[in-house]
Design a protein around this ligand. Sequence first.
Ligand code: GLC
Length: 607
Amino acid sequence: MKNIDRLKNTYFKIYGNHLEVEQAFENLQDIITEADKQRDNRLKEMDKKESNWYFSNKMVGMTLYTDLFAGSFSKLSKKIDYFKELGITYLHLMPLLKPREGENDGGYAVEDYKNVDPLLGTLEEFEKLLKIYNKSGIKICIDYVVNHVAKEHAWAQKALNNEKQYQDMFIMFDDETTPNLYNQTVPEVLPDKCPGNFTYYPEIDKYVFTSFSHFQWDLNFQNPYVFNGMVDNLLYLANLGVNMIRLDAIPFMWKEINTTCRNLEPIHDLMHMFYLIKEDVCPSCALLGEAIVEPEQIVSYFGDNHQTECEVMYNANLMVDIYNSFASRDARLMTIDANRFQLPKKGTWMNYVRCHDDIGWGFNEQAVAELGFDPHAHKQFLIQFYGNNFHDTFSKGEYYQYNPKNQDARTNGTLASLLGLEKAIDEKREYKRYESIRRINLAHALIMSYKGIPLIYSGDEIATLNDQSYKEDPNKQKEGRWVHRPFFDWKRAKNKEICDTNEYDVYQALKEMIKQRKKLPQLHGQTEQYAIDTQNKHVFCFIRKHQSKTLIAMFNFSEMSQNVNVYALRQFATSSKYKDVFSNRSINLYDEKIELSPYEYLWCIQV
Ligand code: GLC
């Protein structure tokens, strides 16, 4: 194992260097050696050829639930043409490992990591699906819920059976003293649905750390055997042949009294160890981190050039900046944020405008204050604007986890409903419909060109609206996020071929963007990106450079036409003559100005 020394150093750094830990480390080495033996030759060949695939501009992602989209693995195997037609080359299949029965947080309460959800099919069917998709050039990512297990997981069951060794794999206490201490500094994740951070279990007379819900038990990563066991699962999943593994809820993985129990330093060592191990056993399988926290914390999970952690991170900050720019018609915060962090060489973003989760309004508070806004009031503005509780808002999103103590809340809703289509349809106002379609297309054009992998949330490509039918399902009705997790509507999807339908207007524009993206080496994940202040706050603009070829992308976040100051662009560009790849419109940087129509986007390449 080539990374053994670094691994050992980090392991001993966090677990201490004594005999018991030596034994635990030997156990870890056995797990790694065994997984290496199990990795089949086809995957080993792939490991040799494909370690940096996630940087390619050919990568275009979609995320979906197998059951809601197709019903089962075998049916999903037959839907490959749908993805190919749009140009999708990466598919994130939402939780598909065996979850607990009944309510299971959309599959994020896993009972068995080495088995799949029987409602979706068998493990063999899943492996077959992986091969079919990989053969067609579509990479597959799956979720790995690493912070917690379902209370039906074997470890938790043994703990409930009073087995001390397994109780040590969780964080549990005999009385309320320590839980109360934790609760003084640890914020609640779901204050409305699951208040408190602990659950009392009378059968063992103990209080168990449960950040997300009473049925999701947080693992105790201070126990090296928890880490070892989770490495074993990780390598098992990689050896099935998946191309990327999404590490769920990583900021929660380490707990200490008198802290918020978020983003604590040892998590970075855990991440780095996962990375070192996977680099040895399965380097073509990339690690995607999910950390929906403050922007400066998100970026920290890339690690740095000496200590890589996750290769790809969700760009939650960009998502918030996109909604912020639409609501305030002001893209300055996005400009500041785009230039804020330099990613390490191995790292790139996963850029998205919607996903299966709610939107948490975490933004760069200092920059907001410097722009002259009060961060608290500004957050309230976004909550109200997208929660359909603001004068003249176009949005029909919904409040989520409202906290009456501080009026904090997050937001649910589909892209189309959030950006105005649902309201426009309700009000039967064609002009508003047109505006909302332009917003949706602008948002897609932005994630398609921003540094990283673009990720479309299934259903957004056909302008899916909020769906209230989850309220009829007893396993879903208490969880508002299902409003944006409907069954895929195959009948409505046919409209994507019929001119002037919402589906057509969104789908065809997106398809064209994908086609263009794949032709533009400037959009490769390793090329530079720099955001430019155009002196017009409504317009976001950045340049990407590949060798001497520059691409200038511009996005007008307002419903009014805008002029862009060409002088600012000239300083960065290597030539003066450009054309927009979508309209073929010529852009000359020696013209007086560039005019953008309402919500217009341009991708200008040198001619
Ligand atoms: C992640 C998932 C979310 C889930 C949570 C707990 O944030 O995206 O859906 O509820 O983790 O597993």
